[in-house]
Design a protein around this ligand. Structure first.
Ligand SMILES: [Zn+2]
Length: 311
């Protein structure tokens, strides 16, 4: 890796973050950073325009221009149109920013920005950044999980001494958030099924489970802080840890990674790293659990760092 300047963009459901990043082997350096709300409610064209605009804004902030750009975004791609026919410009699929689904987002951002841009799944960007500079550094095989407003995952495999995201044959590798845990009785998911991992382990899902028990709306950090005195909080967190164990054990059974690195707001739950790990160990198909399950090391910046590694 040479010393290189890149623009990394992390397109999320609630905010778009862009950074001018100097990509260095030892650690990334941020020269400028811009954050704006995604405002997905304002519609698809609005999100396209915001992503195109933020590139110039962050470059002006850093006093540079025409840098290579990488964008990490939720979801994957398909060439299958609504009628099943092949379409030339790939359409977004599986995005929890649902206004992007079925739309040729990459083409439209390229046209709006009028410059070359590399795109990838946001969880893959997170996983590659953590494997390059963060908590999964040095692993030959790592799995990155983002548990935030949704649940996503990315598989990273080292090749030639550098971590690379494994997209898979259909671009769904690591999409662990939509593994179904209870198809009959589970909560409804935006993907059309019931009982997906995301409907139990995303931050809003855990908050809904608490509200259903207690009748009270509380944010996840508050729920976690109340487990000693609040039976509903304790049951909610216990259930989340148990489902985390079952769900992650299936990934470990298949992939057997050296490291699983957790990101997103839910990854701040301290209990994941002791009782959550114990639950994984109970469910994994082995008499011991040697996979390290660790908290992210790059904070909120993993997304933009991983995107900066794309071009
Ligand atoms: Zn789903």
């Amino acid at each position: 890796m040479h010393e290189r300047l890149r623009v990394g963009v992390d397109l999320g459901g609630t905010k778009i973050e862009a950074a001018v990043v100097r990509v260095r082997p030892e650690a990334p350096e941020v020269l400028a950073r811009v954050r704006v709300p995604t405002e997905a409610d304002a519609g698809y064209e609005h999100v396209v325009a915001r992503v195109a605009r933020i590139l110039g804004e962050v470059e002006r902030e850093a006093g540079v221009d025409a840098l290579p750009v990488g964008v990490g975004m939720p979801g994957g791609l398909t060439h299958r149109g609504p009628d099943g026919a092949h379409v030339e410009a790939p359409l977004v699929k599986n995005s929890n920013t649902t206004c992007l689904n079925g739309r040729p987002f990459r083409r439209d951002v390229l046209v709006a920005a009028a410059r070359p841009i590399a795109f990838a799944n946001d969880a893959n960007c997170f996983a590659v950044a953590e494997a390059t500079w963060g908590a999964a550094r040095g692993a030959d095989v790592a799995f990155g999980v983002i548990m935030g407003t949704g649940v996503g995952g990315g598989v990273v495999i080292a090749r030639g001494g550098r971590p690379h995201a494994w997209d898979g044959a259909q671009g769904i590798a690591g999409e662990f958030g939509h593994v179904v845990l209870d198809a009959e009785r589970g909560p409804a998911c935006y993907c059309g099924r019931r009982g997906c991992v995301e409907t139990y382990l995303a931050g809003p899902a855990i908050e809904r489970a608490y509200a259903a028990r207690s009748g009270l709306a509380r944010a996840l950090p508050e729920i976690a802080a109340r487990v000693a005195e609040d039976r509903h909080a304790r049951e909610t967190i216990d259930e989340a840890l148990e489902l985390f164990g079952r769900a992650l054990a299936t990934v470990i059974d298949v992939l057997d990674p050296e490291v699983v690195v957790l990101g997103g707001g839910v990854s701040n739950l301290d209990a994941l790293y002791d009782r959550g790990v114990d639950a994984v160990a109970r469910w994994v198909f082995n008499d011991e659990l040697r996979t390290r399950i660790v908290r992210h090391a790059l904070g909120d910046s993993a997304g933009v760092f991983g995107a900066a590694l794309l071009p």
